[in-house]
Design a protein around this ligand. Sequence first.
Ligand code: HEC
Length: 148
Amino acid sequence: MKRTGIALAVLLLGAGIAGAQQDLVATRIQLMKDNGKSMAAFAQMAKGEKPYDQATVDSSLTKLEAAAKKLPTLYPASTKDVQTEEKYTASSKVWENKADFESHIAKLGKVVADNKGKITSLDTLKAAIPQFGDSCKGCHETYRIKKS
Ligand code: HEC
């Protein structure tokens, strides 16, 4: 009886930890989806599908900045084996080359900092988009895996 109790406690503890790791992964995937939305908003304006809108530019930059600040805390080694139903997953290389991975997050942070307050027109937006795109792609090509 006592043993069962302990086994159960260990099980529940394990489930609690797994839940916390799931939350970290869900949080970073949500941030990535938001990054995607910000980039899509930029692209729509650049292509003329939507009129240039300063408020959208500024709020997207604020979200990208927040993502770059938060991402370094969302890839602890304990999340390495977390499975999700999402289309993409983090490569195990994230944890093999953690410093390099983090340098890609820092690069995104720098691109945001360089452009904050400086995107004030369609032309300056168009000039900035490739910098953002390169920082996303630079990390994804090594550290993001498409599952299917
Ligand atoms: C430091 C590396 C890194 C940077 C920088 C980065 N990403 Fe990601 N991204 C990832 C990884 C790793 C995943 C896989 C999901 C995970 O992290 O668990 C991912 C997943 C995604 C996904 C898929 C989410 C889903 O549906 O599963 C989108 C969309 C995305 N990123 C957009 C972006 C955009 C847009 C940028 C640039 C503004 C960006 N990312 C910058 C590493 C990065």
